[in-house]
Design a protein around this ligand. Structure first.
Ligand SMILES: C[S@@+](CC[C@H](N)C(=O)[O-])C[C@H]1O[C@@H](n2cnc3c(N)ncnc32)[C@H](O)[C@@H]1O
Length: 215
């Protein structure tokens, strides 16, 4: 995503703690305190401008959602959307995914969405990919047992890399399609990047995966 300096973004983020957590000091977040209920929590890591998670939260009032994005200049676009019509089951969180184990409790999250994650094609940047093994370890820490990761992308190299990482990490891939828009998957909600890339004719890949239980 192209990054531009957005004047006043940080100030706006800091002025709306009821809609967005600006987690500069990585302090722990208590879901019960944030949502005032103990409904399941689903998160999207790298949500960009938040189109997908906003639509998901509107459709599913019995699930709590947290949209995570690391850049002020991008998350402020999601914040503007939420400010127009806040949803009581949606909270935004500005943080880098790598810090999530300091912020969320172990086995507290019911689902993780990774949508059109940055592909980081250069080998020296492999560790930054959100499906690299260190991130899988982090997701294992966060997810309640048997909970799913939902991953979609138009980038075949990233998709194949992710399958390999997940297999090496001993995960079970529970669903896989190499053409989501012509598949049997029901209820797909398009993300911003998905709309853009599928309009260009790109095929969309999707998988869901769970961590195998330790014996
Ligand atoms: C290519 S965009 C996709 C946005 C959106 N998910 C979509 O499908 O339209 C990837 C987003 O992930 C964010 N991102 C990448 N690495 C991240 C990290 N480690 N922590 C939080 N956000 C991250 C980027 O800033 C960017 O906004």
């Amino acid at each position: 995503m192209r990054m531009r300096y957005v004047e006043g973004a940080t100030e706006l983020i800091n002025s709306k703690p009821e809609l967005i957590i600006n987690n500069l000091d990585n302090s722990p977040i208590d879901f019960l305190e944030v949502f005032k209920n103990d409904l399941p929590v689903h998160i999207e890591i790298g949500m960009g401008k938040g189109k997908f998670i906003y639509a998901l939260a509107s459709e599913n009032p019995n699930i709590n959602y947290i949209g995570i994005e690391r850049f002020d200049s991008i998350i402020v676009k999601a914040l503007n959307k939420v400010m127009e019509k806040p949803l009581k089951n949606l909270m935004l969180l500005r943080t880098d995914a790598q810090d999530l184990d300091k912020i969320f409790k172990r086995e507290s999250v019911d689902r993780i969405y990774l949508n059109f994650s940055d592909p980081w094609p250069k080998p020296r940047h492999t560790k930054r990919r959100l499906t690299f093994k260190t991130f899988l370890k982090l997701y294992q820490y966060l997810l309640i047992k048997k909970s799913e990761i939902h991953f979609k992308t138009d980038n075949l190299d990233l998709f194949d890399f992710s399958i390999e990482e997940m297999n090496n990490y001993s995960m079970n891939i529970t669903y896989l399609t190499r053409d989501l828009h012509n598949s049997d998957f029901v209820g797909n909600l398009m993300t911003e990047f998905e709309e853009k890339f599928s309009k260009r004719g790109n095929v969309i890949y999707k998988l869901t995966a769970v961590f195998k239980e330790k014996k």
